[in-house]
Structure formats: structure tokens, C-alpha cells
Write a protein that binds this ligand. Sequence first.
Ligand code: AMP
Length: 418
Amino acid sequence: MIQSIRGFRDILPGETELWQYIEKEAISVFSDFGFKEIRIPVMEKTELFARSIGEDTDIVEKEMYTFPDRKGDLLTLRPEATASVVRSYIQQKIYAADPAQKFYTIGPMFRRERPQKGRYRQFYQINAEIFGVAEANADALLIFMLMTLLKRLQVTDIEAHVNSLGCPECRPTFRNALIAFLSDRAEALCADCTRRMDKNPLRVLDCKVPGCREAATGAPAITDHLCTECADHFETLKASLEGLDVPFVVDKRLVRGLDYYTRSTFEILTGALGAQNAVAGGGRYDGLIKLLGGPDLPATGFAIGLDRLAELVPTKAESLVRHPDIYIAALGEKSLGLAFQWICTLALSSIRAETDYSGRSLKSQMKRADRLDAAYTLIVGEQEIENGAAVLRNMKTSDQQEISLENLPKTLADIIGA
Ligand code: AMP
């Protein structure tokens, strides 16, 4: 038997109902905020991710699914969506008509991380991006929209963490201060952090290895090194969130794993998921559109982890499962043929009907009706066909009524639809 690949899983009926519900709510909330869907390929040229995410990140260094296609071009299964959305915005010149655009996209991402609970190699994200708006209010709107969705889904036990990562003007001062601080504690750092310390010291703040966490205690805070513009931007973000009644904590250690972030950065954390405690993360990436060959336009966005969100939503998938409205137990060849026609016709009136295709015994058909939790049953045998009528039974109330077989789909649609 061929098994699925490690870290790649099936999402089965019984669970997919919940995923559909979440996606539906997300689409509804996002569209209320004026976001439009964009669909992007799952595979891109490797260069797109290497350039945008950054060579010295975990993702690019060791987590991408990269392979040469038959002509030798290096391709990568997308590890995140932002780079592709930006690529599309530039390639399709979407900015030409109006640089200010709001997009969302939903789909699978691929990272070769060590699989564990809440961490998969194929996982799903819901992304939202705002392009062409530099003001902190765009970041506040994203966080507000994200919290609105989580509230709509009745997710509790969450906390919004925010920070600022500064800009290319002020980050170097902070970097130097951080490198100076970490150099004194270099022996305590893990091999990855030691290697990356000079190029990407912010990553040490993000490292989950206990030694690194301890070594980073008391590290300088980037918010103490912001230039005036970045400091003002951060103040505006906080004031906007307060104005919108969004509770948040300023988290000085919050940095993001990807190089392209500037200024506002945020994460939604939960106490309910154990080690994998981030449900969503995002922030501003003002330099990315230009870096990828587009105009010099600002951008900001977030990604929700759908696999993790599904764990947090209290709605039970079972309550969303659609059970048959009616089970038609058919006995004898003629009944089987009629029942088959009826179930097809009923579906056109949005009545979900089931029947047996092979003419099994009444007992086994009724067992199946029970197992499927059908709301009504109708038994149609040779006798019923002869009489032109059959007994419709409401399985909940046990009420029975005789109905004519003539125009049966219409009669059933009237009774069940009511
Ligand atoms: P990132 O793109 O790394 O900022 O991740 C955004 C969100 O995607 C995280 O907050 C997680 O909820 C989710 N996520 C990231 N990596 C994984 C993974 N390997 N498995 C499941 N969810 C993930």
C-alpha cells in the first residue's frame, strides 16, 4: 500500500466541514473590509523566494521543496504566499490602475520542517495583503480584521503581540547593538544562531532553542532604537488599535522569520496549542515590491495558519455535517429505477436524498438510513408502486403520512423544504 508523504496529510470529511466553515467566514469578513481574492500558482521559480524571503533564513536554507524541472530550471513549491502575490502585482501591473490594493488568498504552503502536532510539511494559510498604503492605519486595519474573524469564529484565549522592526535607516544601529550584546554570550548560542549572528542577528531573538532564549534575555530592544518616522509610525499603530478597542501587548522580542519585514510586525498567540502557539503572523514589508523589480510601493499583510485555526474553533465539525433529508428505501427493480430518478431530481431542489443502488434487503437499507441519520424515510416496493402511494416517515417525530408517488419530488420538496 502506498502511504502519503511524511508531514503531508489528508483532511477528511468530518473535518473538511469545519475548514469550509472557516474559509466561508474568512471570505465574508475579508470581503466586508474590501479585500478581493487573488489565486496564485503553488510553484514559482526558486529565485523568487530566495530573493524575497532571504538567503539566511530557515525557510530558504533548509525548508524549501526545490527541484530542477526537466529542463533544469530550479522550481520551488511555495513556502509562503506573499512573494507570489507581490510577483503577480508587479508582473500583471495591477498597481498601474491604482497602487492601493487589498488582496486575500487561501491555499497550501510547503515547508520541510520537522513534523509534529500543529506543524506539517504541507499546511494551509489564509493570507491578506494591503499594497500601496504606507500609513500605520493599514496595519491596524489588518489586525482589526484578523481579530474580527477570530471573534466571529468564537476563538478565545488569544493575544495580539505587536512590535516594530524599524526600517533600513534605523535597523543597522539596533543590529550593531544586538551583535555587541550577543558577542558576549556567543558560547551559549546554538550552531544556527552562531553562524547567522553577523548576517541576521535578529533571528537569535526568534530562536526557540532554550540556550538562545536565555542568552537573549535582556537584549537591547529595537523599539529603543527607532528613528523618528518609525517611532511615530509605531505610536500611530498603537493609538489606532486602542481606538478600535483591540487589546494588544508590545512584545519587544517579536521579530519575524523573514527578511523583508519593516516597521509593524505582529503575531496572534494562543495558550491552547502547546508549543506551536502562533495562529497568525504578519507585518509590514515596505521594501519587497521594489526588491522584486516593481515600483517603490509600501505593503503590509498577514498569514493565518488554517491547520492551527481549525484546532481552536470551538464549533464541532459534526454540527456542520449535512445529513440526508430523506432516505428512499427501494425494493424491486422498478422501484430502484424510480428512486434513482427521484434522488437526482430532488438534488435540483437542494433536497439531499439517498437511496440504495443495488436493491439490498429492507432491513439493511433501513440500517443505512439510520446510520446516515436521514431526517425522513420513504419505503417504495412493488405494492407501493401498484397503489401509487407510499408512507413517508419523519424519523425524529415518528409521524407518518401517506403521499402520492405522482410528482413525488415536488411533494417531497414541499414537505421537507417547509
Ligand atoms: P509564517 O508564514 O511563518 O509567518 O506563518 C504564519 C502562520 O502559518 C503561523 O502563525 C502558523 O499558524 C502557520 N504555520 C507556519 N508554518 C506552519 C507549519 N509548518 N504547519 C502548520 N502551520 C504553520
